[in-house]
Design a protein around this ligand. Structure first.
Ligand SMILES: O=C(O)[C@@H]1C=C(O)[C@@H](O)[C@H](O)C1
Length: 150
């Protein structure tokens, strides 16, 4: 059974490519997910993807992953800065996760500097644009199977 990764994107990330491209770039969410699926296939892992604009739906998807997923990559969008409940869900299912932000949240408005997840994340990647997702997958590949990462 191949190791599995769940990629979760939160509110407004479905607008990637058209939303404030000077901050978030021109790649669409479909581009991100397609690239991630190709990358994980090359590495011999399985990838599930999920995007929602609704906090509860994200929590439900995290809970569904318990026992079925080896690592989570999550960009909670704006919920990064507000959601204790998503933090609790990730801790509750005990699945390690990498937090990704397309933009550098530490170089933006002060209220974006805080994440409710970062202190519990295995790693936090921000400011790399959508390459952050690629980096997260490669990092996780090394964690799950040291022979596979680059
Ligand atoms: O950089 C990102 O991917 C994050 C995405 C969002 O939608 C914002 O609300 C966050 O503040 C930053």
């Amino acid at each position: 059974m191949s190791k599995s990764i769940l990629l979760i994107n939160g509110p407004n990330l479905n607008l990637l490519g058209t939303r404030e491209p000077h901050i978030y770039g021109s790649a669409t969410l479909a581009d991100v997910e397609t690239s991630a699926k190709q990358q994980t296939e090359r590495l011999g892992f399985s990838l599930s993807t999920f995007q929602s604009n609704h906090e509860g739906h994200i929590i439900d998807r995290i809970q569904e992953a318990r026992g079925h997923c080896d690592f989570v990559i999550i960009n909670p969008g704006g919920l990064t800065h507000t959601s204790v409940a998503i933090r609790d869900a990730l801790l509750g299912v005990q699945i390690p996760f990498v937090e990704v932000h397309v933009s550098n949240i530490h170089a933006r408005e002060s209220w974006r500097n805080h994440s409710y997840l970062s202190d519990k994340a295995v790693a936090v990647i921000c400011g790399l644009g959508v390459f952050g997702y690629t980096a997260a997958i490669d990092f996780i590949a090394q964690k799950l199977d040291p022979q596979k990462g680059s």
